[in-house]
Design a protein around this ligand. Structure first.
Ligand SMILES: Cc1ncc(COP(=O)(O)O)c(C=O)c1O
Length: 303
């Protein structure tokens, strides 16, 4: 039997499907030199996309906000995502779509409007931004000293690659022996972490920040679950002091890992140093509903 050349991942770039190792962009692409790109990530669980429609809607909004207009329309992009996954043969996958500014068609131009925008997509084997064993134990979350970039400068609801502040948070977290980081804004409100939204549980109520964060699809799923399970939940300002001193539980939420409970935040140990009961319940329900086909779009087989 021949080895599948796409087993490590399949990409669509420059209009063609290639093994992930062969997917490249020019060094002069503004998507690279200026992080002038928007993206989205959807997961495939047991051969089905989760909330594909919601991810496509958010991606369309991101592209519009940054005036990115690649030639492929939405239907073509969806077909490309299906094909990337099908080529890999993976039943569980991390699937990214990216719109890049590209290169100017007029030599030396500094005008974004002169650039030829393009679309890239790829499917990789499943990724958990917090490894499974750490999720089980409960993540140790560092509260970063660097503030999250202001919303007025970089709109956090437009999914983007401007990660300097988030990466600095990771440096600090790892230097201090923590798993990952949470960033607060300059006014002292909790925002999000490198690749995930943050939730706290305080006196039985689930709270996620109303600012400085992506409107995560997993965040929306958590809020939906809370409504169905009768757990009070709200999107509200979240002062850093609540995280550092007052909350009972903390968890992170993202497409690449789902609901990921914490056991420690900063120098504080939460509860019995293990994931708390509401975090555990939400994590369990999130995956149980995946098994039952929640918001599922089957991956189209190769034609
Ligand atoms: C900065 C940031 N916040 C939040 C999230 C979570 O969003 P979602 O649940 O849509 O994956 C992500 C996902 O990658 C992210 O990069």
């Amino acid at each position: 039997m021949t080895e599948n050349a796409f087993a490590d991942g399949a990409a669509y770039v420059k209009g063609a499907f290639v093994p992930i190792a062969d997917a490249t962009i020019p060094v002069t692409d503004w998507g690279f030199t200026r992080s002038d790109a928007v993206y989205d990530v959807v997961h495939v669980f047991h051969n089905g996309f989760f909330r594909l429609e919601d991810h496509m809607n958010r991606f369309a909004r991101s592209m519009q906000a940054r005036r990115l207009r690649p030639p492929e329309d939405r239907a073509a992009m969806e077909t490309i995502l299906h094909r990337c996954v099908a080529l890999t043969g993976l039943s569980d996958s991390y699937v990214a779509m990216v719109a890049l500014r590209g290169r100017p068609t007029v030599r030396g131009s500094r005008r974004p409007a002169d650039c030829q925008n393009h679309f890239i997509a790829y499917a990789l084997p499943w990724i958990d931004v917090i490894p499974l064993d750490v999720q089980e134990r409960g993540a140790h979350l560092w509260i970063a000293s660097v503030p999250r970039v202001p919303d007025a400068s970089v709109d956090p609801t437009v999914k983007n690659y401007q990660w300097s502040d988030l990466t600095t948070g990771l440096f600090e977290a790892h230097d201090n022996g923590f798993d990952t980081a949470i960033l607060c804004d300059a006014e002292g409100f909790v925002t999000e972490g490198p690749g995930f939204n943050i939730f706290v549980v305080k006196d039985g109520t689930v709270i996620t920040p109303d600012r400085g964060s992506l409107h995560g699809i997993t965040r929306a799923s958590v809020l939906e679950l809370c409504a169905e399970l009768g757990i009070p939940a709200m999107v509200a300002p979240l002062p850093r002091a609540v995280l550092e001193e007052e909350c009972d539980e903390v968890f992170a939420a993202t497409t690449a890992g789902g609901v990921m409970p914490a056991a420690r935040v900063g120098r504080r140990i939460l509860g019995n140093d293990r994931p708390g009961p509401i975090s555990r319940k939400l994590r369990e329900e999130y995956w149980k509903r995946h098994e039952a086909g929640w918001h599922r779009t089957p991956v189209r087989p190769l034609a």
